[in-house]
Design a protein around this ligand. Structure first.
Ligand code: GDP
Length: 295
């Protein structure tokens, strides 16, 4: 995960660790390399610049040049800032409703259906949770089918209504069904399109308004880099979602989305997807991710 970024940051910080005497010039050179590594990882220019400026200010504030192990202190400052940029503490999901309603949003192919299954499976293992999956993609029968396949695989019931073309109604009926049958978590999978469009946004905004979910999650493919960040912004402007799910982190992603998304939409990444299997789900811990990136 993020091998290239890890390598580059390691090299950048090595520069500093290797020097006997550390000067302001070394620190400036190191930070220049750190910024370059972030830009190469597809982190937005402004964010990369702010990042290095903040680290520099902190380094100067802590008088990094006069400490015993300035290299180590710089690594720590970079790690702390990376953790902060990715969200600081881990953010949980709100399961206080009865049932708790979770709405999935995102583009087609981002991994919504797969993640809906993963989340249901994850919650099912907590003995007190009984999830219901809801198929609200009224355009693609294949998508409804896919959710049924996932549901069967993990032993979770899937609610769908053949022929009903009103996603608001389907979602509302599903919640009624959940209440009547003892399901305490309802995960609503919605239709996505290949790009942000007005009809999709209106549709999901209507579902959102009608069912008032405890959690609205935005699912995005980490491989899409800066586009992931732009799409997040478009969905957040419309839905004011609660958290981000970053999928396909097992792929050859450069890491820009993971690093930038929080500071652009000011919403935490809550889970990550690390494979196609139902078990390939992890809670997102910014500090663990920063540790991983900085080796
Ligand atoms: P949706 O259109 O948003 O519902 O997306 P899908 O759930 O159908 O996922 C699209 C494709 O991405 C499928 O082939 C999934 O198996 C795959 N996929 C989803 N999540 C992940 C992940 O975390 N890692 C990998 N490698 N593939 C994933």
């Amino acid at each position: 995960m993020f091998d290239n970024l890890s390598d580059k940051l390691d090299k950048a910080l090595h520069l500093l660790k290797g020097h006997g005497k550390i000067t302001e010039v070394n620190v400036a050179d190191t930070l220049k390399e750190v910024r370059r590594a972030l830009l190469d990882a597809d982190v937005n220019f402004k964010i990369a610049k702010e990042f290095t400026n903040t680290v520099k200010e902190k380094a100067l504030g802590q008088d990094v040049l006069t400490t015993l192990q300035p290299g180590q202190l710089m690594v720590k400052l970079v790690k702390d800032e990376l953790t902060e940029l990715m969200g600081g503490d881990a953010a949980g999901i709100n399961l206080s409703g009865n049932p708790s309603v979770i709405l999935m949003s995102g583009l087609q192919g981002s991994g919504k259906t797969t993640f809906s299954g993963k989340l249901a499976n994850f919650l099912k293992t907590k003995k007190t949770k009984k999830p219901l999956l809801v198929a609200c993609d009224i355009y693609r029968p294949a998508a409804i089918n896919q959710l049924h396949v996932v549901g069967e695989q993990i032993g979770v019931e899937v609610y769908s209504e053949e022929g009903n073309k009103n996603p608001v109604e389907i979602a509302q009926n599903a919640i009624k069904h959940a209440k009547a049958n003892g399901f305490n978590v309802v995960i609503v999978d919605t239709a996505g399109r290949l790009a942000v469009d007005e009809q999709m946004m209106t549709e999901i905004a209507n579902v959102h308004k009608a069912i008032q979910p405890q959690e609205t999650l935005f699912v995005v493919d980490a491989m899409t880099g800066q586009d992931a960040v732009n799409t997040a912004k478009a969905f957040n402007d419309r839905l004011n979602f609660d958290g981000v799910i970053l999928t396909k982190l097992d792929g050859d992603t450069r890491g820009g989305a993971a690093i930038s998304i929080k500071s652009v939409v000011n919403k935490p990444i809550k889970f990550i997807g690390t494979g196609e299997k139902m078990e390939a789900i992890d809670v997102f811990y910014p500090n663990r991710m920063a540790d991983r990136i900085l080796g």
